[in-house]
Write a protein that binds this ligand. Structure first.
Ligand code: HEM
Length: 149
């Protein structure tokens, strides 16, 4: 039993599940009054929940890559199929981190205040981007695991 993979998977479920749930909430909760009542309350809880899940993902993922020798292969610039796949996955993970930092920054800045048009655009754009990037990362994760096992 690989406990770190188990933790990595639970963290991936929490991280992606959370983003899908908020995506659905964003589409279905159209009433402005309800939005003003709900978002400032669940926003920070959701934000910290997601940060913890992402940190666990990064730590456990790094350990998995180290343990399988992939991290070392990556560091020495190996270009085997599996290392190339991991490299692509990690570029997408980097984009997720950047989009998350941007999203978190706007969220902290405007949690109880009205947002400007630009802030709204960046906030919604980044969460949509994170949502789709997650799907790509999981696709690459499955390809990588298929080669390892
Ligand atoms: C948003 C961040 C991430 C997500 C959503 C994610 C998701 C996943 C998922 C779902 C799997 C299991 C795939 C399967 O069972 O078919 C997996 C496996 C794996 N992940 Fe990640 N991951 C993330 C970040 C990372 C990072 C940062 C690293 C390395 C630095 C990493 C390294 C790995 C490795 C090496 C495996 C295969 C483990 C094995 O089969 O033994 N992951 N990842």
């Amino acid at each position: 039993m690989n406990w770190i993979l188990y933790i990595h998977l639970i963290a991936a479920m929490a991280w992606i599940g959370g983003s899908i749930f908020l995506f659905v909430l964003g589409i279905t909760l159209r009433d402005k009054e309800q939005q003003h009542a709900i978002y400032p309350v669940i926003g920070p809880i959701f934000g910290y929940f997601e940060i913890v899940a992402l940190i666990i993902l990064l730590l456990s993922g790094t350990w998995l890559a180290y343990d399988s020798g992939l991290l070392n292969a990556l560091a020495i610039g190996d270009h085997s199929k599996i290392v190339d796949l991991l490299r692509i996955k990690l570029w997408f993970v980097l984009l997720i981190i950047i989009a998350s930092l941007l999203h978190f920054y706007i969220a902290l800045k405007t949690n109880t205040k009205a947002r400007s048009l630009l802030e709204n655009l960046i906030s919604r754009g980044s969460s949509l981007l994170i949502f789709f990037l997650n799907l790509v990362v999981v696709y690459y994760a499955i390809l990588i695991r298929g080669i390892i096992h």
